[in-house]
Design a protein around this ligand. Structure first.
Ligand SMILES: [Zn+2]
Length: 223
């Protein structure tokens, strides 16, 4: 679904990916779970593209619902892949960048569900640093948003006012929610990242989980 000029949401049952369509090639933000490659290829073909048209794959963080199809899509496309240093090291190990803090029955359940979040280890091509600007959407800025994971990043397109926030926040029909709970590495840092992103004053926020949030200014969870 095109949510803004050049920007498409590829919504999965579990997680969202975003596709940016420009004349110099396609940019994918996050890759979904293992098995999402097929879904992404299907969406591309509905636009008249193939996986080989993907030029860049940007990763927000090293969780299996965001990097599950990274190795497969990289192999099929030859796209250049990007992640922050800490997340890239985790991706190279085929592991998340932090321990989950589930306890008791939740830990057992998380262990069972964990198999769906496994992913193939792969070396990321390019390391993203704070303040980097990528040649996408007229200048896509790398915004450090640690908290959900140690070196989670978001991507901000000032010209369009679009923020791709990964799992630094979640969303529901009412607005944005902070990353919190057992899958959050550091809740205080996560809140700090929410404030930092609110200060950018994006009009559209695209999250990993939940609907795209429009008119985002008043919808940040600023406690
Ligand atoms: Zn996620």
């Amino acid at each position: 679904m095109e949510i803004a000029p050049h920007v498409h949401l590829i919504a999965g049952p579990v997680v969202n990916c975003y596709l940016i369509v420009e004349a110099d090639g396609l940019t994918l933000i996050d890759t979904g779970l293992r098995g999402y490659a097929k879904k992404i290829a299907g969406y591309l073909s509905s636009l008249g593209f193939t996986v080989q048209d993907i030029r860049r794959i940007l990763i927000t963080h090293a969780d299996g619902d965001h990097v599950g199809s990274l190795a497969g899509l990289k192999a099929a496309s030859g796209a250049t892949t990007y992640a922050s240093a800490v997340e890239a090291r985790a991706i190279a190990r085929g592991e998340s960048s932090r321990e989950l803090k589930f306890t008791g029955p939740a830990k057992v359940l998380a262990g069972l569900l964990g198999r769906f979040f496994r992913f193939q280890a792969i070396e990321v091509d390019e390391i993203l640093n704070p303040g980097d600007t990528l040649p996408v959407l007229g200048g896509l800025k790398v915004v450090p948003t640690p908290g959900h994971t140690p070196e989670h990043v978001s991507f901000y397109a000032p010209a369009q006012g679009i923020l791709f926030a990964g799992d630094s926040m979640r969303a529901n029909q009412r607005g944005l929610l902070p990353s919190r709970g057992a899958n959050t590495w550091d809740e205080a840092l996560a809140l700090e990242s929410v404030r930092h992103q609110a200060a950018l004053r994006p009009s559209i926020v695209c999250v990993g989980h939940g609907p795209v949030v429009r008119g985002a200014a008043g919808k940040f969870p600023l406690a």
